[in-house]
Structures are given as structure tokens and as C-alpha cells.
Ligand binder design. Sequence first.
Ligand SMILES: Cc1cc2nc3c(=O)[nH]c(=O)nc-3n(C[C@H](O)[C@H](O)[C@H](O)COP(=O)(O)OP(=O)(O)OC[C@H]3O[C@@H](n4cnc5c(N)ncnc54)[C@H](O)[C@@H]3O)c2cc1C
Length: 467
Amino acid sequence: MNDTTSDSHFDYDLFVIGSGPGGEGAAMQASKGGMRVAVAEKYTQIGGGCTHWGTIPSKALRFAITSTMKALRNPTFQELGVQVSPTLQQLRRGTQSIIGKQVTMRQSFYERNGVPVIQGTARFLDAHSISIDGDKPIRAKHFVIATGSRPFRPEGVDFSHPRVYDSDTILGMTHKPTTLSVYGAGVIGTEYASMFRNLGIKVNLINTREKLLEFLDDEIVDALAYHLRDQGVIIRHNETMKKVEATDDGVIVHLQSGKRVKTDAFLWANGRTGNTDNLGLENIPIEANNRGQLVVDEQFQTAIPHIYAVGDVIGFPSLASAAYTQGRAAAMHMLGRKDGNLRVNDIPTGIYTSPEISSVGKTERELTAACVPYEVGHSLFRSLARAQITGETTGMLKLLFHRDTLEILGVHCFGANASEIVHIGQAIMNQPAGHNTVEYFVETTFNYPTMAEAYRVAALNGMNRLF
Ligand SMILES: Cc1cc2nc3c(=O)[nH]c(=O)nc-3n(C[C@H](O)[C@H](O)[C@H](O)COP(=O)(O)OP(=O)(O)OC[C@H]3O[C@@H](n4cnc5c(N)ncnc54)[C@H](O)[C@@H]3O)c2cc1C
């Protein structure tokens, strides 16, 4: 009898479906570990939703908006009478070149590591074989499903209407609306609300929950809500959509509460669906949940142990950063490398609103619920010389630490470059016991003037509260 699981029966040791960060992380780690790897990608270019319609284009557009609007607010420009209103096409112009650079660079990773990328849609035929666009079966010993997610589209909302968008189509918006309603105040909705407000568009942010971004520390959430409102964003909490009526001159959102909101355009940003519907899951005993997501264990194995799933297709935290780490962790597990501790549960949050937000570790809410005796240290950006020089004085760093051991338990930051600043705290927080305390920041000399100084200020502020 043939042993159909012996390596010689397989075309590849690992076949990866999807070339976003999840797929790339798995493919690179496995090929460096000596596995024969191939990848299927249905889009015309590699890089995934991350590169083409998620992280990269949205962050590139954000940068174009903030830097242009900042320049236009510059007193010298105003004195010179420079009063222009850039179009979305102009602001997006740089994005394609950034995407191009990303694709070229990532393509070279596959080429250098001898990993073929096969263009087409992969579909399982059975638990060890797939077909790409109906071609002859390819057999592999392991699989990684890294097919990502797409915006969930509710019935009754006409996404073909030129005034109605989701997070994929908003990037192609050609006209600049005067007013915009964003339905869904998760990370994507809040980021776009903030971005469009910076562009001078009047924004209604409709939140189905009680607070914005409830997984964040309350003080940070309150600060975000305060600053968004201060910039002119209208936030409506605890609202649920009844229907969306798109007309020639605007979009009316009818809310269950009886309110109606009319704006020039509408962005749906409420939920995402895992890309599992065309994967041939009916041919293998794996089922997606009602959001199209796959359930995995802590090694990222599905119900079939040699089929792994990583990234957005497994749901939370749905971040490019996490997807890449998960892909690498899955490959390491296949390679039997238990030594590579990738800290898959130590995922920082970076939210590119204005002000930017970033955090890692526990929130005050979590520590209070767990009865951990913690103390808080704050540093307000407005008292830092660097922030005074750059004029970016809105913001705060907050350290949560154990009042007995002084171990850092959480780092929460909002303000310019928060997503960079948080990593200093993360690095110390992950040191072995005895080296992971706020004392490090009290004893360390920081460059002056820097934003990193916020750590010393916050640590001293917190230590002063101890008795
Ligand atoms: C607007 C927006 C902003 C974001 N901003 C950030 C951010 O600032 N920071 C951050 O960390 N994350 C951000 N994210 C999230 C991030 O983009 C995703 O978490 C990340 O792309 C997930 O990576 P992935 O590898 O799981 O999937 P993806 O990057 O979506 O890649 C999946 C790939 O699989 C391919 N595919 C699907 N099905 C098949 C098939 N059957 N056969 C072959 N190929 C297939 C798809 O074509 C796609 O290329 C943002 C997302 C959005 C929408």
C-alpha cells in the first residue's frame, strides 16, 4: 500500500493560500527552515489586502492629508495667501508609487527564497490537495490559509450607488464630499472619520456601542472622543441603523432611535467577513463560522492539524502586524521549532486617528477587575521640550505598573507618533522579572529633547504616588 502522506507524494511541504502579511510570514519562515513552499494569490499582484486596499493605501492617504493640511495651516503659507483645496486624486497620487515599491520589495523576498507564487484562486479538493483556477491538483503536506477578510456588506445597502462606500471602495472615491456619515466606530471607521475630518469634511461618526474602541484604556478612549469632537466630528453612540436611503443628492441614514442623518456620502465600516467562501471548505471537514472566520488553536491549527489559518481569516486582532507574526508562528510549529517564542499574544494596538493612539499590555479596567494593585504614571506631551518645539503638544503617555514589584503592566499613549513611542515601553515590559520595571526609565538618560523622555516623566510621576 502506498503511504500517501510520505514527503515524496507531495509537490510541496507547505502550500500557502494568500500573499498578505499572514501568508508571507508563513512562506518566508518555512522556506528559510528548509521546506519546499509555494503560494497562491488570486489578485494580480502580491501583498494582500494589506498592500492594495487596507493598511498601506489608507496610511499613505492619511500621511498625504495630514502633511498637506498642516502645510496649508502654516502661518507663512496663509500670509502668502495660499488657499487651495487639494482633490482626493491629488492626495492619492503618491499611494500607487508606495504600493509599487512594496510589491517590488516583497516580490524579491519570494524570488530570493525560491518560493513560486502562482496566480489564481486556490480551492481545496481534499485535505492534502488544492487546485488553482481548476488546474491539475497540487498536493502539499501542510497548508496555511491566509486569505484575509473583506468588508461585510449588509443586505439592503446599495453599495453600487456612487455615494455609498465601504473601506475597499472608499479608496477610489473621486469627488470630495462636503459631509460624510461613517457607520461603525471600530478602528477602520474611526481612522477614516478622523482622516476625512482633517480634510475639512463634516463627519458624523455613528457608533453602535456605548464608547469608541472599547478595548482601549478608558482614559485614552475619552481623550480620543474629546479630540475628535473638538475637531468637529459629531459622534453618535448607541445607535443602530434601520435603513440607508441613497438618493441623487445625498444619503439618508435612518436610525432605530428615530433619528435621520443626511450627508453627501456614506461609509459603511461595520464588520468584516473572512474570505473562506470560495475555498472549497465543503471538501474538507473545516467549517467557517457565520462571519466566514476559521477557528484555530494556539498553534494556529484548524480542526485538521496540517491545515493552519492565520491573519484576518481567524478574526481578532485583524492587524497586519499580528498576521505576519501568526504566519511565522505557524511555520515554526510545522518545523518543530518550539524555541522561537514569537510572543503571539503580545500584540500592540496602533490606531492612526488624529491624535494617533497606541497601547500594549493591560488596561486599568482589566487590572481593576483582576484586583491587581497597580499605580499610574502620566506624562503630558505639552510639558515635553520636543513637543513644544514641534508644536505637537496634544498627547499623553501613561504607564501602569505593579505598586509592589514595579513591573510595567500596560503602556498607553496618544498623540503624535504614539505608535512608535509605545515600543520603548513594550521592550522593557518584556524583559525578565526584575528588569521589566519602571525603575529602568527613572535610571536611564534619554536624549534631550525627545518624546522618549515621556517615559522618565511618567515613571517619576507614578513612583511619586507610591507610599
Ligand atoms: C482600511 C484598513 C486599514 C488598515 N490599517 C491597518 C494598520 O494601520 N495596521 C495594521 O496592522 N493593520 C491594518 N489593517 C488590517 C490589515 O490590513 C489586515 O489585518 C491584514 O491585511 C491581514 O493580513 P492577511 O495576510 O490575513 O490578509 P490580506 O492582507 O487581506 O491578504 C489576503 C490575500 O489572500 C488572497 N486570497 C484570498 N482568497 C484566496 C484564494 N482562494 N486563493 C488565492 N488567494 C486568495 C487575497 O487576494 C489577498 O491578497 C487595515 C485594514 C483596512 C481595511
